[in-house]
Every structure is written in C-alpha cells, then in structure tokens.
Design a protein around this ligand. Structure first.
Ligand SMILES: [Fe+2]
Ligand SMILES: [Fe+2]
Length: 160
C-alpha cells in the first residue's frame, strides 16, 4: 500500500467535496435555466461535469495506490437564489472553500512524506487557481452588467 490512513481519509473527503460541488452546479444550472438564462445553465452543466471528473480522478488514484474508496454522504445542494449575483457569489465561495481544502491536503501529504500524493494534488492546486479566477471574473462581469442586462452576458456565455 502506497498511501496511509490519514491521506486515504483526506482524499475520500475530497471526493465528497468534488461530487457535492457537481450536485451544487447541476442545481445552479437548473435555477438559471428556469430563469431563462440558458448560457449560464450550460456553463454550470459543464462545471458540474468537470467536478464529477475531479472526483473520479481521485477514485482512480486511490485505486492505483491501494487506498479504500469510501464516498462520503453528499449534502443536499442549495436550490434557490435571490439574484444572479447571489448565485455567482455562492459559486466563488465554493471554489475558494475547495481551494482551502486542497491546500490542507497538500500540507497533510507533505507532513506524511507522501510524495506521490503531494505530486497528485499539485494538479488540483493549478486547477483551483484557474477555477477561482474564472468564478471571480464571472461574478465581476455580472456585477457590471447588472440584473436587468444579464441576458446580454447570458448570450455571451452561450457562444463560448
Ligand atoms: Fe473540482
Ligand atoms: Fe471547481
């Protein structure tokens, strides 16, 4: 076995965070679709698929290093927001929270001298830098457009 008990538990918890982000983004996609904002809906469906892949990547890694996969309970996602800005703020907060969790896992890997785990997690460090930046950028754009002109931003997202 190439992984210890603490790292196995930490990575299983991260699978839960990735899948829970996936469910949250599916829920957000549905909320945007119901508001007639199909561009945002499509954007969040894509995000959800990415988060699912992030979780599966850890499942495969645990398999490779002989760690037991125990997927934690996934909390019910939030399904309502007051405004688009409110939903996007939640998006930014979630990505920042996942980033903190990844950093904590990197520190655990380093303290456990798990070089393979540390190397594996560096992909997530880079991924989170991109995700936090794109989430913040989308929130800032939405704030500049304002709720009344959100359809214009929605159209721009759909054409990506
Ligand atoms: Fe992720
Ligand atoms: Fe993410």
């Amino acid at each position: 076995m190439l992984i210890d008990r603490k790292m196995t538990a930490g990575l299983n918890a991260q699978i839960g965070r990735e899948f829970s982000a996936a469910m949250q983004y599916v829920s957000m996609a549905a909320w945007f679709a119901a508001k007639g904002l199909g561009g945002f809906a499509e954007f969040f469906h894509k995000q959800a698929a990415e988060e699912t892949e992030h979780g599966l990547k850890i499942v495969r890694y645990l398999g490779d290093v002989g760690g037991t996969v125990e997927i934690p309970e996934i909390a019910r996602p939030r399904s309502d927001y007051a405004t688009v800005e409110d939903a996007l703020r939640h998006f930014v907060e979630m990505e920042e929270e996942v980033t903190r969790a990844i950093y904590a896992l990197v520190e655990l890997a380093q303290s456990e001298k798990d070089h393979s785990g540390n190397h594996f997690l560096q992909w997530y460090v880079e991924e989170q830098r991109e995700e936090v930046t794109s989430a913040r950028t989308l929130l800032e754009k939405a704030q500049r457009f304002g709720e009344e002109r959100m359809l214009l931003l929605d159209g721009a997202l759909g054409s990506d």
